[in-house]
Design a protein around this ligand. Structure first.
Ligand SMILES: [Zn+2]
Length: 75
């Protein structure tokens, strides 16, 4: 094995790690959406975020962190 082989293998590892990270992020997003839908089915409880630095104006569900929907506007 040469130094170039080592560098090439390390670069390949980096690409594999990036691909694995993207796949896991996508899997977690799907699972989070599924769990938030389940929370909606049994009923969200909305309150202002208690996380320091979270300046969102909307309230979030205390269980699943889903944003509170905006009230429907009359036609
Ligand atoms: Zn919820």
């Amino acid at each position: 094995m040469t130094h170039q082989d080592v560098i090439d293998a390390l670069e390949q590892l980096g690409r594999k790690r990036s691909a694995a990270y993207r796949e896991e992020e996508a899997r977690i997003a799907v699972e989070r959406t599924r769990l938030q839908a389940e929370c909606a089915r049994i009923g969200h409880f909305f309150a202002k975020s208690r996380w320091p630095g979270d300046l969102r104006a909307v309230r979030i569900c205390v269980f699943c962190c889903a944003d509170e929907p905006s009230p429907a506007k009359p036609d």
